[in-house]
Ligand binder design. Structure first.
Ligand SMILES: Cc1cc2nc3c(=O)[nH]c(=O)nc-3n(C[C@H](O)[C@H](O)[C@H](O)COP(=O)(O)OP(=O)(O)OC[C@H]3O[C@@H](n4cnc5c(N)ncnc54)[C@H](O)[C@@H]3O)c2cc1C
Length: 392
């Protein structure tokens, strides 16, 4: 028997997060969007409340101070977080990259633990002006000089790169081997001589946090500033990115789309034209029905994949399928919501136009739709549909 019932504990957790987002976080959305900044005094209060409720760094294991959630529960929570903006999620609930669990004991005190406590901000620098989808073609490189690495190169679009206390930098340590043992992750502190934030790159959406171009010009870092092992950086990223991709893109997409659907639903009942609620018109009903069915489909994909992660199965192809299905569904649903609201949908008086802009990037970052389609196609062509784990 397949049991889809949701445990009471999960329901209570989701309910707590939902009420917290509605009461404490959403009131910060408009000002953050308008000014590009989260009001600092109010942020500090809300973040403290989230921490007191145990809602910070929920994806991290309990032994390092995190929430210790299963991937399924993490995705349920992220769905609720997806109902507000990414900037607020990052600052109030934390953005802790799972590869930080690779920190050695001495690195834990300096990087992992303060990040889980919300005292330090971490950025992840992979993308370069010359290397995006083809991440293994990076040119940032590090050479050993005595007891230090010397790091040189440029990164761009780095989320939180402007304010991060430290950055995980992906660099070549063997130009021949590249993804096959020639790429290493380095922990680089803000303020290290030669490490500069060149500029903040203005974006169409995701206002409230920065995306920065970073320059590493003969940056000297200690030999032990390596995260994981020399040469295993590419593998480490590929092995730890699945849950983040699933939760931050898949589950949040379900959340944002559900919020848009809820707005459509109430507006379709309240708004009257031609003497009737617009929800009585079949073309409006189609937009609502299509949205509900698509959200349902992606939510099932997210939860099924999360469950497989909890069983420690290899879900890379599934996560690629979820990534492009979720981000594209999110765009379509928010687009329909704007249509249902007519002119009101296009105004800046409603959160829909922000959601429309914010949703757009989910088809681009963390692997574009095209790259993930290519990975799914390769997996299915080589191994058949069973690669998606649904065969019996
Ligand atoms: C808001 C934002 C935040 C980001 N945050 C971070 C961050 O924190 N850290 C980080 O390292 N990076 C970050 N990125 C970078 C992001 O991951 C890249 O933009 C993304 O991987 C795509 O790379 P690219 O922009 O260089 O596009 P390109 O790789 O140049 O792609 C351009 C187009 O070509 C297509 N294409 C490329 N190769 C193929 C192929 N083989 N087959 C078919 N089509 C192909 C792509 O799908 C795309 O449509 C961020 C980007 C944005 C916009």
């Amino acid at each position: 028997m397949i049991d889809f019932s949701i445990p009471e504990e999960t329901r209570m957790l989701v309910d707590t997060v939902r009420r917290f987002v509605e009461a404490e976080v959403r009131p910060l959305e408009a000002e953050t969007e308008e000014t590009g900044r989260i009001p600092a005094d109010r942020l500090a209060v809300v973040k403290r409340k989230a921490q007191d409720l145990g809602l910070f760094a929920l994806n991290m294991p309990e032994e390092v101070g995190g929430g210790g959630l299963s991937c399924v529960d993490h995705c349920f929570v992220e769905e609720e977080l997806g109902k507000t903006s990414d900037a607020l999620i990052r600052r109030i609930f934390g953005q802790v990259y799972p590869m930080l669990l690779e920190c050695r004991e001495d690195q834990r005190e300096k990087y992992l633990l303060p990040t889980v406590r919300g005292e330090k901000i971490c950025a992840m620098a992979i993308t370069e002006p010359g290397a995006g989808s083809d991440a293994a073609s990076i040119s940032t490189h590090a050479e050993l000089d005595g007891d230090e690495w010397v790091l040189n190169g440029n990164k761009h679009f780095i989320s939180d790169g402007d304010i991060a206390d430290y950055v995980i930098v992906m660099a070549l340590t063997d130009k021949e081997r590249r993804a096959r043992g020639g790429i290493t992750l380095f922990l680089v502190d803000k303020g290290t001589p030669g490490f500069k934030v060149a500029r903040v790159q203005p974006m169409m959406g995701h206002h409230g946090y920065g995306h920065a171009e970073l320059v590493f010009d003969n940056v000297r870092i200690p030999r032990d500033a390596v995260l994981g092992e020399v040469g295993n950086g590419f593998k480490l990223i590929m092995n730890t990115v699945a849950e983040i991709r699933l939760a931050h893109i898949g589950a949040r997409a379900v959340g944002m789309a559900s919020r848009a659907l809820e707005m459509m639903r109430t507006y379709a009942a309240d708004r009257h034209q031609f003497g009737k609620p617009i929800g009585d018109f079949q073309m409006v009903q189609k937009m609502i029905a299509d949205s509900a069915a698509e959200i349902f489909g992606v939510k099932m994909m997210v939860l099924n994949t999360a469950w497989e992660i909890d069983q420690r199965r290899d879900v890379r192809t599934k996560v690629s399928a979820v990534k492009f299905a979720a981000s594209e569904m999110q765009g379509r649903v928010v687009d329909r919501a704007i249509q249902v609201f007519g002119g009101m949908g296009f105004t800046r008086e409603l959160p829909l136009e922000r959601m429309y802009r914010d949703a757009r990037v989910t088809r681009i970052y963390d692997g574009t739709s095209e790259i993930h389609r290519m990975l799914v196609a390769r997996g299915v062509i080589k191994n058949g549909f069973d690669i998606l784990g649904l065969g019996v």
